[in-house]
Design a protein around this ligand. Structure first.
Ligand SMILES: [Zn+2]
Length: 119
């Protein structure tokens, strides 16, 4: 992560808040069935680069299909600001919804298609 920076983010109502260190040079737009509906843009980081600051006890979890990914969302405002899963390598990963980071100019990002539908 050559251009890794520190960001803060969370859900809409503020109940869920986190800090993350990531490189937003490219962000992923996934075509799987849930991302298609949500319109999320993702950056993927190892768990060590993610710190949940508020809302751990409030998270609602949604799982489907192979149930390998926890699609968390805030039960108050409904926003899914991050998810957790395990990479094929066995590494525990966090997928952060880039749209939920503070002060992000989405139009300035390079968006790369991610074929989650085939997983
Ligand atoms: Zn919320």
């Amino acid at each position: 992560m050559a251009d890794a920076k520190n960001y803060s983010g969370g859900c809409h109502c503020g109940q869920i808040r986190y800090d993350v260190t990531t490189d937003l040079t490219t962000v992923a737009q996934c075509n799987c069935s849930i991302c298609q509906k949500r319109g999320a843009l993702w950056t993927f980081v190892p768990v060590e680069h993610f710190a949940l600051r508020a809302g751990n006890d409030d998270l609602a979890d949604y799982q489907f299909g192979k149930k390998t990914i926890h699609h968390y969302f805030c039960p108050q405002c409904g926003v899914g600001s991050f998810s957790r899963g395990t990479a094929p390598s066995g590494q525990e990963m966090v997928a952060v919804n880039v749209r939920c980071l503070d002060d992000i100019d989405i139009s300035a990002l390079t968006i790369t298609p991610f074929d989650g539908r085939s997983l």
